[in-house]
Write a protein that binds this ligand. Sequence first.
Ligand code: AMP
Length: 483
Amino acid sequence: MSQDLSRDPSAGDTPAAAPAALSFSRLPLAPATLANLQQLGYEEMTPIQAASLPLALAGHDLIAQAKTGSGKTAAFSLALLSRLDARRLSPQALVLCPTRELAEQVTQEIRRLARAQENVKVLALCGGAPIRPQVASLEHGAHIVVGTPGRLLDHIERGSLALDTIGTLVLDEADRMLDMGFFEDIVAVARQCPKERQTLLFSATYPEGIEKLSRQFLREPKQVKLVERHAPLTIRQRWYEVREEERLHAVSLLLKAYRPASTIAFCNTKQQCRDLVDVLSAQGFAALALHGDLEQRERDQVLIQFANRSCSVLVATDVAARGLDIAQLEAVINVDVTPEPDVHVHRIGRTGRAGEEGWALNLASLDEMGRVGAIEQVQGRESEWHPLSELKAASDEPLLPPMVTLQILGGRKEKIRPGDVLGALTKDAGFAGAQIGKINVTDFHTYVAVERGIAKDVVRKLSAGTVKGKRVKVRFLDEVTQR
Ligand code: AMP
């Protein structure tokens, strides 16, 4: 089940009753808890709370899409607190977090929310802190344990933490935990919990691993998704009518006229993606395709180059782009109109984030006008049409990405860490930190983004010097990958 909040924030109640529907008092919570929420200044539920709390309090497993700042912590905390029996001093809820900072924030929020209940003990168990005091605290007993996967596993293996009394398991920021390579640790921890339990999974994005986790550990989960139907005002949308034979060329006209540093171009099919990358590459754009036929390693390389701003245009199908979270995106180009209006809103919602303005540029042929009409209906606004002939190249310079990706032979297996590479570049080779972009370390390779202007120099100096005391092989990644 998926809950659509923009249509009905109360998820089940009549829209006219919106304020009452957002009140915590409609939830089956104890009066003392409600009074405490009021004291905390939580007057009404946030959208993620309104969508997830009724389901979580009813005992369902959940997969909820939520970011930091959405009120997700209170959403799962109120659910786990409602199931707690403070008279039994054994761990009844376990919250897994990707980082120590998050675990500490979650611990504080649970403590605030638990003030209404007597004597609830919440314990944070994170890596980076000495283990002995944690063992001592565990000996005194706790109702709720919050921690990072590795450290929790340490405690389980030492026998200082037993999970056979856990009633609620929460995976917070599950996508980040997977990014940080915690999959196996999460699996090992979850296996220690009783089968009869509630599992709540919160994640901002849905990379493949999330589905794998939910298949293994959640039982008939309800999905809570906040469908954004109205594009934020920071997104400026324009439509261009094209004939079929000029569609791909029109994308390059848009790029030359608007000159966005980072663009995702959405196509409806893989073949369209391939054709568009061929057209753009032939014209000198740094464009890469992302679609389902890529091998994992190719996919990783494409994503690394796009995220570190050394590829200007990512040409993608909707399926391939699922779960992508790119912070800075100046434009989204809809090369084909999607038959599903919600998908359109989702596509363009990737630009114009965090108050930055973004362009949503759309191409449509006469055959696609029915789809455009459906999109207008969902968005509740008319399309702004512009003629292609209006597009003029804004500059004679080619549109080049600001960064270049270098590939170093050697990665995690050689125990290379981002700091080693940064050190080699800034301390040994004398480059400024600001000239160096993202550094991604994979098992066998390290990818480092550097400013275009210094790239050759970096290759020369790194090849002549060392990383972690060893000589390394360095090359331009775009010589390795075929465009
Ligand atoms: P989170 O997304 O869980 O990190 O929460 C963001 C912030 O919102 C935290 O500081 C919470 O204390 C606060 N918060 C959570 N729920 C509510 C609510 N219903 N009303 C007001 N503030 C809230």
